[in-house]
Design a protein around this ligand. Sequence first.
Ligand code: URA
Length: 447
Amino acid sequence: MRMYDLIEKKKTGNELSAEEIRWMIASYTNGEIPDYQMSAMTMAICFRGLNEKETLALTLEMRDSGDCLDLSGIEGIKADKHSTGGVGDKTSLALAPIIAALGIPMAKMSGRGLGHTGGTIDKLECFPGFTTSLGREEFIRNVNTIKIAIAGQTANLAPADKKLYALRDVTATVDQKSLIASSIMSKKLASGSDLIVLDVKTGSGAFMKERKEAEALAEEMVRIGTGAGRKTAAVITDMDQPLGNAVGNSLEVIEAIDALSGKGPADFMEVVYALGSKILTLAGAAENEADARQKMEECIALGAAKQKLAELVAAQGGDASYVFDTDRFERAAIRTEVCAPQDGYVQGIEAKEIGTACMMLGGGRRTKEDAIDPAVGIYLLKKKGDFVKKGEPAAIVYANDPKKGDAAVRQVLNAYRFGVKKPDPVPMIKAVIDGVAKSGAPQRIGL
Ligand code: URA
């Protein structure tokens, strides 16, 4: 086989066979196919697309390019959750302990944040001593004993995707639906869980700005998951403004702990409950959405979910006392109020601007090598639809560097839009995509 012929084939709009995709991925991963040929291929895919068969074949080849976690040593249906990334998205920190406290094993692989979006690992590392570098045995033992473990991705998880994603990143070929879907799903499938629930974000702070694009991506991922024999569903959720009120690592951990104490912001809880309902119903632990929601609410009210978070933190080397005393988290030295320049309703808050402001404060990474300052961030006192008086604080910036703090105050103010008319409320859940149809075709339940 020659890569030249495969590029030509895709360029002219023809289907690549599973065998050709297998050869291409194996040869690219072992260095036989150079980057310049692979970038010509990814660009041809951007223009010509991949059909369902090609996308599934690509995903499975990337999955099989490295280690696939065998979780058969864990009893019960193992659940995983993935978010396509957003600002203030601390959902896993609240959701995973709730699900585990309800008896469903959460075997979760998480990543670090890059750019304007945060990562679960960076947030968990706000607990002093917490580690996500778990060996396979320890990961399985923790899920078996306390029903929950959250680990960083091992270096050899879908290495073909790692190489291809880095190439796409520098050749303007990231934003192709089938390439994104196969990239995310290759890692999720290699992580070994039986049930995958995807939180696909849409809006200004998301990868997929338009709802239709987010739905198409979700359908593709659900099709891959079900095609590979996993129970898979996706929930399309709003990312037009940051989720909840807290943006920044420690601030977000505190907000997640508040949520497990029954004091979570309404928009955040809506996302937690929607994703949790999907997991619990697919796992057979709840009869329907109402039943699932009642179970989750009870679990929070009884303190079981918060206790589960403390168990997770302790099992992975962290100081669990922080779960019960959030004043112990490190605070930033400078606290500045961002005041409204006029009376009016908040019309919107550009999520990406807030995420970037947090990154510039030191709360996120510009490059993979950057260190994180866990204490800095932004607390949004007012969200879309709230009324604010001129001079009243709309947000608070937490900084450790005065110059960065001043710049963040200006950026946060720019992210807010004020106006006289009260805007319509934002539905947090835009659609649910289920992979249960017999035909294998995802079913969209538009909301
Ligand atoms: N996240 C991934 O893991 N892969 C993509 O292609 C895009 C986002």
